[in-house]
Design a protein around this ligand. Structure first.
Ligand code: PHE
Length: 352
């Protein structure tokens, strides 16, 4: 390579080395191998040379051009490497940082109780049914022998919705799960209508209906949203004795206590006659000796049986409504109902 070519190649190397970005490098490259670049100009100049000189000069220029392109390729790679290295540094992850802990979740204590209730009653042949929380006046009250203006309506301070039902009376947030008695019975009667019409006996109704209920009430033992679990057993020969057996069995299984005592205390509900409040008494432990109310109950009132679409002369049975929140408090020794609905993880994680 002649001296002039040598110095052009060195100039290119220096210019490439000084280019700090890919754009600067491409500009520098243009000055050598671009359309008006030094090498390109030299190539053009070959035309005026005699043939033998043309050959050797041409070959020399090509060698210089290859050297420049080699240097260019190296610099391109070096700039790309530097850019990648910078990016990796900027977006660096510190894999040695401790992670954000995620503890395993668990069921809410009231959900644990509802599961337990369902399991125990299922083992006694009860179905489990679900129903609406926004109810018609008829289902929540009238069908349960509690018509408008009946004084027993004031037993529950009910939330009403701003929308009228078909009867022109506003819908309510069900203050108890008892409307499920009539809803489920209707479903059951419909389901077995064909068989009954064909002369077969209707299977007994045996169901529990757990779910959310609402009342205008709030203190340490009352929450505007709480849970109830309705029970209904209706057939041609179901008596108060069966209620006592079923509910006693349930409570003793639920609390894992064979000597748990039960008391059926006379009471009033429009939809049962006779009616009883059910109290339980532990024989040992911190609550021993005290009578604790856990449910309302009674023999289903003939007017309610009629509203179910059944003949009260033929069908008889009992219903009960218990408070799963209360059962949860008793089982775990919780003294404030509101704790269940505050969502405080420190409280809830104890039941995990
Ligand atoms: N629904 C009643 C209440 O909320 C409880 C109950 C249910 C009573 C079924 C008798 C029969 O207090």
């Amino acid at each position: 390579m002649t001296e002039d070519l040598q110095s052009i190649v060195e100039g290119a190397r220096r210019a490439f080395a000084q280019a700090a970005t890919p754009a600067e490098l491409e500009n520098a490259k243009a000055q050598y191998t671009g359309k008006a670049g030094r090498i390109t100009e030299l190539m053009k100049g070959l035309a005026s040379l005699p043939v033998d000189e043309k050959k050797t000069r041409g070959a020399a220029i090509n060698v210089a051009k290859q050297a420049i392109e080699g240097a260019l390729g190296e610099r391109r790679q070096a700039l790309a490497d530097a850019e990648l290295a910078g990016q990796l540094k900027a977006e660096a992850l510190d894999v040695s940082l401790p992670g954000r802990g995620r503890e395993p979740g668990g069921l809410h204590p009231v959900s644990l109780t509802l599961e337990r209730i369902e399991l125990i009653f299922a083992s006694m042949g009860f179905d489990v049914a679900d129903g609406p929380e926004i109810e018609s006046d008829w289902h929540s009250f009238t069908s349960l022998n509690n018509p408008p203006n009946h004084p027993a309506r004031s037993m529950q301070d009910t939330f009403y919705v701003d929308i009228d039902g078909e009867d022109g009376i506003p819908y309510n947030l069900r203050p108890h799960t008892s409307p499920m008695q009539v809803r489920y019975a209707h479903r059951h009667v419909k389901q077995h209508a064909a068989a009954v019409a064909a002369g077969q006996p209707m299977p007994e109704i045996r169901v529990i209906c757990p779910g959310r209920t609402y009342r205008v009430d709030s203190d340490a033992t009352h929450s505007p949203m709480f849970h109830q679990c309705e029970g209904l057993w209706l057939g041609e020969n179901v008596s108060f004795k069966d209620l006592k057996v079923v509910f006693t069995d349930f409570c003793r299984t639920f609390f894992e206590s064979d000597d748990l005592a039960l008391r059926f205390r006379p009471s009033f509900f429009p939809f049962t006659e006779p009616s009883a409040e059910i109290d339980i008494q532990f024989q040992s432990g911190p609550l021993a000796g005290r009578w604790l109310e856990v449910a309302g109950s009674g023999q289903v009132h003939p007017a309610v049986v009629r509203n179910m679409g059944l003949d009260p002369e033929k069908y008889i049975g009992f219903a009960f409504g218990m408070g799963p929140d209360r059962l949860t408090m008793l089982r775990y020794g919780v003294n404030d109902l509101r704790l269940f609905f505050e969502g405080d993880i420190r409280f809830l994680r104890q039941f995990r």
